[in-house]
Design a binder for this molecule. Structure first.
Ligand code: HEC
Length: 116
């Protein structure tokens, strides 16, 4: 019910204050710039220092905090290229990960550095 009320309110505001077309375009462009700048593709190659955080965010939930296994098998100490290869192949359930090739390579090096 709250959502419905909010929706109607928003519609009324938009009707009584239609933004000028130019202003709307400017706002959309500004939003696109923000999205582009915050997307990983523009962040440059991740440093090795970022890899642990990337691993924790993208992999630890299944492979364990130290790569020793969880719901999925242990991957600690596997060769970096093998790890990156698996992730690059986007094998399910890893197909949902949104990582750049640079990030995947950094994660691969990090995983290979973990003790088995
Ligand atoms: C949603 C759970 C999940 C996430 C998140 C996940 N994986 Fe996996 N991964 C699996 C499963 C399931 C397998 C295949 C079966 C297994 O190894 O137990 C697998 C297999 C692998 C393998 C092959 C292991 C082998 O010995 O064949 C590697 C390497 C791997 N994952 C790396 C990663 C990396 C690196 C990340 C993070 C970028 C990641 N995975 C994120 C679930 C996940």
């Amino acid at each position: 019910m709250a959502g419905l009320t909010l929706g109607r309110g928003a519609g009324r505001i938009r009707r009584s204050h239609p933004p000028a077309k130019g202003a709307l375009v400017k706002r959309i462009l500004a939003a696109l710039v923000v999205v582009a700048l915050s997307s990983p593709a523009w962040a440059g190659p991740p440093s090795a220092a970022e890899a642990p955080a990337l691993y924790k965010k993208s992999c630890a939930s299944c492979h364990g905090a130290e790569g020793k296994g969880g719901t999925a098998r242990a991957i600690a100490g596997k060769p970096a290229s093998a790890v990156a290869g698996v992730v690059n192949a986007h094998a399910p359930p890893m197909d949902k990960l949104e990582l750049t090739p640079d990030q995947i390579a950094a994660i691969g090096r990090y995983v290979s550095s973990l003790k088995k």
